[in-house]
Write a protein that binds this ligand. Sequence first.
Ligand code: SAH
Length: 208
Amino acid sequence: MEPLSGRKESLIKHLKESGYLKTPRVMRAFQEVKRELFIPKGMRQHAYADQPLPIGEGQTISAPHMVAMMTELLEPSKGDRVLEVGAGSGYQAAILSRLVKKVYTVELEKNLAEKASRALEKAGYTNVEIRVGDGSGGWKEHAPFDKVMVTCASPEIPQPLVDQLKEGGIMAIPVGGSWQQELIIGRKKNGKLLKERHGGCVFVPLRH
Ligand code: SAH
C-alpha cells in the first residue's frame, strides 16, 4: 500500500489542479497538517481520499476539497481572530490555526470536542480554543471576530454570528435544509451581510 505521505502529495496535487487550493499559504497549511490525526484510528488509511469520513456521534470530517474551498474563501490573514461553529474533528480548526492568529471553535458534542482538543494538542497547535455548546450564539466573550466559519448547515444565518463579525469581516456558511445547501460567503458592510453564492454543498445540520 502506498504510504500516507505519497497519498497526501497526490491529494494536494489534485486540490491544486482542480482549483480548490489557490494560495501558497493555504497550500502550506495543507502540507503541514496531518489529517490522519483527526480521524478515527481504523480509518486512517483513507485520510487522504477527497471525501468526508465519519468521526462518531453521526458527524463527519468534511472532504478536503470543501476545507480547501472554505479556507480560501475566508481569505485568512496572519492577524485574524476566527470563530468556527462546529469543531467536529478539529481538522478545519487546525488548518486555520496555521494561517491566523487565533481560532475559537464551538462544538455541540462534548465527546467530539474532547477528541478534537486532544488531537490539536498532539499536533502542538496551541492557538485554538474549544468550547462545548451551541455555537449559533457565537462566543460573546471573544467577539468581535475578523472571520466566521460555520461548518454545519442552517436554514438561515444566525443573527448573533453576524453581530459578532467585524465590519468588513467575512463569513462562510452553508445555508439550506438537511440534505442540500448552498455555500454562502458574506461580507459585512454597514452592519449587514452582503452575500455571494458559491455553489451546492452538503454539511450535517446545525442543531440546538
Ligand atoms: N469542521 C469540522 C466538520 C464538522 S461537522 C471538521 O473539520 O471536522 C459539523 C459539526 O458541527 C459536528 O461535529 C456537529 O456536532 C457540530 N454542530 C452541530 N450543531 C452545532 C451547534 N449548534 N453548535 C456547535 N456545533 C454544532
